[in-house]
Design a protein around this ligand. Structure first.
Ligand SMILES: Cc1cc2nc3c(=O)[nH]c(=O)nc-3n(C[C@H](O)[C@H](O)[C@H](O)COP(=O)(O)O)c2cc1C
Length: 447
């Protein structure tokens, strides 16, 4: 069972009210805040921790950043990669990932950044590939508007082809380092990356040698049909969100099928849904913690987060007016839209349905929010693991509270049941996730 922690380089977790939870620390602008989390997760032998990202403040709601700042709605967003390095320096085995966008960055930049991180961590790095979501991100990068949904994935496909070619352009034994002969590297073992497509024209020799795990692990979270096809082609780990265990069983099969359709082995892709876990030594303690946490959510915060990811200003829209088919088609995050359609039971949901069923800014209703004693939590995880996933992404409702409770209470129970390891078995992230080495350098670069 893969254990992955979902982190944010910001003032709260993806549960916005978390910064007001008594078990949340407020020193999130310091390295020590993040290294404390890293050590907790490594002691519990988590496979990986990774940071999400958004390249703008949530200011689509009311076309203003006022509410985001006043309520702390993901209003601080630091670059995750320097923080990742601080966490790496404090640990030896924990895998570490960061989200970077294929819509706003360039392939050379991302390839070089993550290849360098992978070398500096001894092969423990993952890149979470996203295509980004809204116009505020576009204007931060000097663009006029966000690319249309499927075009973003077309660009992402080209982006990945280039990055993979760069990462595999050095053979593992290209470095010679012979002081006697003066040969630094074998030029026959390093190929230029050339690519010409609709979005990119690239030609150059990549400047970072291969890392111990071949290249960084690739994570992806697209949930629409186009998103899943993209994940099937590229992802080592698929991060997903299930509305229920039954829905999860179908989604799990769909992701594995997308991997097979792309000509890859479904056993070599880890599928991990997001879960929220609120636990305590007794059912009563867990229930009280849940009530305390749940009371921190505010519908207005949810609305601001929904406007951010749907790329629509809903601030003046009547709460109960159904969206038309055209409005639904224009929404940026199609996977989330479809989840609300499914959970609300209506083909044309309204704002209220989105607030109540999207799980943005609140604890998601349904099976993915698990409340109970360590034994009760382990029972649920075991059931999911046997039917709809290869591991879990633990979302936090207080930081570091959620990670510390899970490590102290739930991990020992999972170990007793033989569902997770006692200590790390490999040195790279790929080894710990049980993933094979990526395709050999020369074959891929020549393709
Ligand atoms: C569980 C999950 C986590 C995601 N995390 C991020 C994120 O951190 N940053 C981001 O820009 N998009 C994030 N996304 C959005 C996806 O990368 C993608 O842009 C979005 O899902 C739209 O694609 P889709 O319509 O294929 O789902 C996430 C999506 C899911 C399902």
């Amino acid at each position: 069972m893969a254990l992955i922690a979902f982190l944010q380089a910001q003032n709260c977790s993806n549960y916005v009210g978390s910064w007001r939870h008594p078990s949340s620390m407020t020193d999130f602008l310091s390295a020590s805040y993040f290294t404390r989390i890293a050590k907790t997760l490594e002691d519990a032998a988590f496979d990986m921790a990774f940071f999400d990202d958004r390249l703008a403040m949530p200011d689509v709601y009311g076309q203003s950043h006022e509410l985001a700042l006043r309520h702390g709605i993901r209003s601080v967003k630091m670059d995750p990669t320097p923080i990742l390095m601080a966490m790496a320096a404090a640990t030896t085995h924990l895998g570490l990932g960061a989200t970077y966008s294929t819509t706003y960055y360039e392939p050379f930049h991302v390839a070089r950044l993550f290849a360098t991180l992978d070398l500096m961590t001894g092969g423990r790095v993952a890149w979470n590939i996203v295509t980004s979501l809204n116009d505020s991100e576009a204007t931060n990068f000097g663009r006029t508007g966000h690319l249309e949904h499927d075009l973003r994935y077309d660009r992402a496909d080209e982006f990945l082809e280039i990055v993979r070619r760069m990462w595999t352009s050095w053979d593992a034994d290209a470095l010679v380092l012979d002081k006697e002969t003066g040969v630094f590297a074998d030029p026959d073992k390093v190929r230029r990356t050339t690519f010409s497509g609709k979005f990119f024209d690239v030609d150059g020799a990549f400047t970072v040698p291969r890392s111990r795990q071949g290249h960084p692990v690739l994570l992806q979270a697209g949930s629409s049909g186009r998103g899943m096809a993209f994940a099937g082609r590229w992802a080592d780990v698929v991060f997903t969100a299930y509305s229920s265990r039954e829905a999860g069983e179908k989604q799990y099969q769909a992701v594995k099928q997308a991997v097979a359709d792309a000509g890859r082995d479904p056993a070599h892709v880890v599928v991990a849904p997001a879960i929220n876990v609120i636990t305590g030594e007794t059912p009563e303690l867990a229930r009280r913690n849940f009530e305390l946490t749940d009371a921190l959510s505010r519908p207005e915060d949810s609305l601001a987060l929904l406007c951010e990811v749907l790329n629509v200003d809903l601030s003046t829209r009547p709460y109960d007016e159904p969206f038309t088919d055209a409005e639904l088609a224009a929404m940026s995050w199609q996977g989330l839209r479809d989840r609300v359609i499914q959970l609300s039971g209506t083909a044309n949901p309204c704002v209220r349905d989105f607030v109540e069923h999207s799980g943005r800014g609140s604890l998601p209703k349904g099976d993915s929010t698990m409340v109970g004693t360590p034994q009760q939590i382990a029972d649920q995880l075991e059931q999911w693991f046997g039917s709809c996933c290869d591991g879990f992404v633990l979302s936090a409702s207080s930081v570091p509270g959620t990670y510390e409770d899970f490590a102290r209470l739930v991990v020992p129970e999972l170990r007793r049941r033989g569902l997770v390891r006692d200590s790390y078995t490999g040195s790279t992230l790929r080894e710990n996730l049980g993933l094979p080495a990526p395709a050999e350098a020369s074959r891929e670069a020549a393709a």
